[in-house]
Each structure stands twice: as structure tokens, then as C-alpha cells.
Design a binder for this molecule. Structure first.
Ligand code: SF4
Length: 362
């Protein structure tokens, strides 16, 4: 019976070692099995060919390698792929694979739903079902990787999918450790990014635990606007507190904090906002990633015109701030930033829903 077996992917490295010793095997064999789980990404014990047939049979009797189930797999006209994945308890999450010129990035989720009510985000409509466990976070990478040809590797991971990662701190830290450990997935910490809406007390703690890239979803230059578009987090940790922790952040040389800034027409995209953003970012080694709002059916905000976006960017560039404009990918399948929602994902959007928000593929 599968449910009585130990899912080896659910164990931390230390727990796997203890489990192996309990089995009566030598401790070093845990490393052998870890290598099959994370580096060689075995889907079955039979693939573990440096174990004897008897050992593989014993493992299959006692343990399982349970992976997330792919419910739907959509492809955008621009090459982005969105995966709706089912957890063991039936809850669903989304992951998005984004091809770039020299990289293949997977955007993963940290919670099923979210408690923060960011007004520009479709996940917010889903409410929190539960935190993901460490292995469910990591397994998004393993599961999507298995759909790719052998020679195609996911090169970067961003935790910007469903949920607020720092509200699921312990599981997220454990998952990040498995991602960057040489006996885990072996990603360089520079290729892993955690994006937070601004959970101030956990920001430094995260860096102390795992020094991955930090991205902060700022999105406003006054508390009045941030209270309106990110009400829950900004009332707890207003802009001054958020920037204070960013200033105190012990960044090593050549690394920067990224401020994500979703541009909402007429809300936070004025010339005054751009000038304030320049002032607020002074003294913080940072870059700004501008994200023209990705509309979704029923969204209360509008995407600014390209001219408005370029004008906003120019003010930042003129002040010597690094500012890029995120090319939104996967909008036609609701896979772009702020568009993830497992309930929407289960039923494809109709032409009637896509047309008014300009999302019909050309
Ligand atoms: S933007 Fe992030 S933190 Fe805010 S509601 Fe969406 S998933 Fe949650």
C-alpha cells in the first residue's frame, strides 16, 4: 500500500540518513540514494542501478518516490509553459517555465493560495489553503524537469509563483537548502531568487539561513497607495520599515536587491511616483524591475501604455538607477506575473473573457 510507504522525497538529508540506518544499512548509502533522487532524478527505484537487485526490491517495499501530478500543461504562443500540479491531498498549485535567451527559468509556488490580498494579483482571489511542505516546493522543479528532453536543464528558479514565501518560512528555507546543496539539486545560490511582498522580520533571517537572491515586491512609493494595493502586508510593515531593512541588508559586493514594481495605470505610474522611487532607493544597492500590469478577467486595474512605461523607466535611468522592463510572457494562458490561480487554470479562458483585456494570441 503506497500510503504506508515512506516517500523518500519528503525527508530532509538528515532524516534520510536516519531512515537508511534504521533499515540496517550503512549511513553512506544515503548519499548514494540522494544522488539518484536529485542529481540523476530517478523516477523509480529500478533506475538505481548501483544498488543490488535485492536492495532495490527492499526499497520498493518500504518506500515510494511520490511526485506531484501534472493536471494540465499549457503552452503559450511565446514558448512559456504553465503546469497545474496536484498535491497528495488534492490541493493544486501552479508552476511556470519561462524560456529566455541564455536561461530556462522555473517560477515556483510556496503556498496553495495566499493570505495577502494584493489587488493586482489573481492568486489573492484564491485564499490560503495551506503552506507547501519543503519537498512539494522542490518537487515542482523535479516534476517539470522530467517533462523536458534530457539535454534541456532548468537553469534558474524564482519563488514568485503562488503564495508569500516568507509566510512559510521553515519549509521555504528547507526547500532552498535542498535546491542549493551539492548533494541536492546543486543550483548556485545566484540562480535562485525569493520574492517577498515585504515580510520585514523574516528578510534578514532568510539571508542568514540561505544566501539566495532577494526580490522585493514594492509597487508603490507612498503608504497611501501601498495600503490600497497591498493592504495586508503594508499595514504590518509600511514602506519606511521595508526600506530600513533593505538598507541594513548585508549584501556581498556585486549583488543587488531587486525591487519589483508592477505599473498600474493612473495608480502608481505617475512622474511623481518615478521621482519618489528614485529618492526612496537611494542608499540601497538595487535594481528596479518594472512590470506593466498583466490584466486578468475582472481585474480592477489597467495596464499602462508602452509610452507611460518607457517614460517611467526613463526617469529612473536618468537618475542612474538600473531599471528594466519585464517582458511579460505567457499572458494568453494566464501564466504571467500576478496571473496564477489554480481554480482558473482548471478551466481554460474563453474568447469572451480574453478579448476585453487584450489577451487574444495574435
Ligand atoms: S502578489 Fe504574492 S503575496 Fe500578493 S497576493 Fe499575490 S501571491 Fe500573495
Amino acid at each position: 500500500m503506497t500510503d504506508r510507504k515512506q516517500n523518500l522525497l519528503a525527508l530532509s538529508f538528515e532524516e534520510l540518513e536516519a531512515w537508511i540506518v534504521d533499515l540496517g544499512w550503512k549511513k553512506y548509502r544515503a548519499k548514494q540514494i540522494l544522488s539518484w533522487l536529485y542529481r540523476r532524478r530517478a523516477a523509480d527505484f529500478e533506475e538505481m542501478t548501483d544498488l543490488s537487485k535485492a536492495d532495490r526490491t527492499l526499497l520498493a517495499e518500504k518506500a515510494s518516490l511520490h511526485h506531484l501530478e501534472i493536471v494540465t500543461h499549457q503552452r503559450s504562443v511565446d514558448g512559456t509553459q504553465k503546469f497545474l500540479l496536484e498535491l497528495e491531498d488534492g490541493n493544486r498549485i501552479e508552476s511556470v517555465l519561462i524560456p529566455g535567451d541564455d536561461r530556462l527559468t522555473l517560477c515556483i509556488s510556496s503556498q496553495a493560495g495566499c493570505t495577502l490580498d494584493c489587488g493586482f494579483c489573481l492568486t489573492a482571489q484564491e485564499k490560503l489553503k495551506r503552506n507547501l511542505k519543503a519537498h512539494e516546493i522542490v518537487d515542482q522543479i523535479l516534476t517539470v524537469q522530467r517533462t523536458l528532453p534530457e539535454e534541456t536543464r532548468i537553469t534558474n528558479v524564482v519563488m514568485m509563483g503562488m503564495g508569500e514565501p516568507l509566510a512559510n518560512f521553515n519549509h521555504v528555507v528547507e526547500a532552498l537548502k535542498r535546491m542549493i546543496s551539492p548533494i541536492g539539486l546543486g543550483f548556485s545560490p545566484r540562480r535562485v531568487t525569493v520574492s517577498t511582498a515585504g515580510m520585514v522580520p523574516q528578510i534578514l533571517k532568510l539571508w542568514e539561513a540561505v544566501p539566495v537572491n532577494l526580490s522585493i515586491s514594492l509597487n508603490a512609493t507612498t503608504n497611501a497607495v501601498r495600503d490600497q494595493i497591498m493592504p495586508k502586508v503594508n499595514r504590518l510593515y509600511p514602506i519606511e520599515e521595508l526600506l530600513k531593512v533593505c538598507k541594513a541588508f548585508p549584501l556581498p559586493s556585486r549583488r543587488r536587491i531587486t525591487f519589483e514594481y508592477v505599473l498600474l495605470a493612473g495608480v502608481n505610474d505617475t512622474p511623481e511616483d518615478a521621482a519618489r522611487l528614485v529618492r526612496l532607493s537611494r542608499g540601497i544597492r538595487c535594481k528596479v524591475n518594472l512590470i506593466p500590469f498583466n490584466e486578468f478577467p475582472g481585474s480592477p486595474y489597467r495596464r499602462p501604455t508602452d509610452e507611460q512605461v518607457l517614460r517611467f523607466q526613463k526617469t529612473l535611468l536618468d537618475a542612474d538607477l538600473t531599471a528594466t522592463i519585464r517582458k511579460s510572457k505567457g499572458r494568453d494562458i494566464l501564466a504571467a506575473c500576478g496571473q496564477l490561480n489554480s481554480e482558473f487554470a482548471a478551466r481554460p479562458l474563453s474568447q469572451k473573457q480574453l478579448e476585453p483585456i487584450g489577451l487574444l494570441p495574435s
